[in-house]
Design a binder for this molecule. Structure first.
Ligand SMILES: C[S@@+](CC[C@H](N)C(=O)[O-])C[C@H]1O[C@@H](n2cnc3c(N)ncnc32)[C@H](O)[C@@H]1O
Length: 296
């Protein structure tokens, strides 16, 4: 079961992320999500305070972190604002690290990183099924790399998804199709299938509920596309009702079947290429597992 019960960040997670940055003396770093200032302090200690800039969206949190950093002896470049814009005033950076989760890597981070520099951030929009992307910026202004491991943090504020709630029966009133599901939707409670579902159907949300008779109910919703899949237990099986212009479960199930057929590769098999207009994800050993999320 991959569903976390808490979104708190432990110091080991932050240290592990900093280790993945491959820092070297003289590097200039931009951090998104100052939080307590703990990770900022570690990087200031290693690189020197002049080489670290950090952006925090929450003014109170930023003020507390600033005071804590000063108390620890670091007068670093702290800024309050939306870190999805990066921090152009100190660019270019050798490293950009985000300790909050983004639906997609903002191109501003890549634009503000030198060629051969690294951008490290967690991608996804669910509380689980998110992955740490490590990208190297190329001379052509695009960035490429892979998902190096599972990772979870709080969602970046400007990209946070409003969870689907309220009258679920109104959302699922009009189904266009109904069939037996090939696999249990409970698979989406596992980390890698959840990650894949978000690649296959970006914008989709997974919702758990209980019917009046106590039976488990599961849903996929894409509020933007007014589409849903509702799963109902039928003995040993699940029935799926789907409605709206996108048959969400058809898309996700097809992806999960292909992933299982390819030997269920782990999250670190996923590659990612980011350009100003798109995010392209793929898995080398499974040619059908590729997705392009276009912005323009
Ligand atoms: C997990 S905490 C950061 C942990 C931090 N690095 C530490 O060592 O304590 C995530 C932080 O990201 C901040 N955050 C969320 N969205 C943001 C955004 N769009 N820009 C900048 N900071 C953001 C949150 O307010 C929160 O303080």
């Amino acid at each position: 079961m991959g569903v976390p019960t808490s979104s708190s960040t432990d110091p080991a997670t932050v240290v592990g992320m900093i280790e993945a940055l491959d820092l070297a003396t003289g590097h200039r770093v931009l951090e998104i999500g100052t939080g307590t200032g703990y990770s900022t302090a570690l990087m200031c200690h290693y690189l020197g305070e002049d080489n670290v800039a950090t952006v925090e969206v929450d003014a109170q949190v930023a003020a507390r972190a600033d005071a804590a950093l000063e108390a620890a002896g670091f007068s670093t470049w702290t800024a309050t604002g939306d870190g999805l814009l990066g921090h152009p005033y100190r660019a270019p950076y050798d490293r950009v690290i985000a300790t909050c989760v983004v639906r997609r890597i903002p191109y501003a981070w890549i634009r503000q990183t030198r060629p051969e520099g690294i951008v490290l951030g967690t991608v996804g929009s669910w509380p689980w099924g998110t992955g740490l992307a490590k990208l190297t910026v190329g001379d052509d202004g695009t960035a490429e790399g892979s998902i190096v491991r599972r990772a979870s943090f709080m969602q970046a504020r400007a990209q946070a998804v409003a969870p689907v709630a309220g009258d679920l029966s109104a959302r699922t009133a009009y189904a266009d199709s109904e069939r037996r599901s090939q696999m249990s939707p409970l698979v989406l409670e596992e980390w890698m299938p959840a990650f894949l579902a978000q690649l296959a159907a970006p914008g989709v949300q997974f919702v758990r509920a209980t019917g009046r008779d106590g039976s488990p109910l599961r849903y996929l919703f894409d509020p933007e596309k007014e589409s849903f899949a509702e799963f109902l237990v039928d003995g040993e099986n699940w029935i799926v009702r789907q409605g709206g212009p996108v048959a969400l479960w058809d898309v996700v199930e097809r992806c999960l079947v292909a992933w299982q057929d390819a030997g269920a590769p782990e999250i670190d098999s996923v590659r990612l290429h980011v350009t100003p207009t798109s995010h392209r994800y793929w898995i080398d050993q499974a040619p059908s597992l590729r997705w392009e999320h276009r912005i323009a």
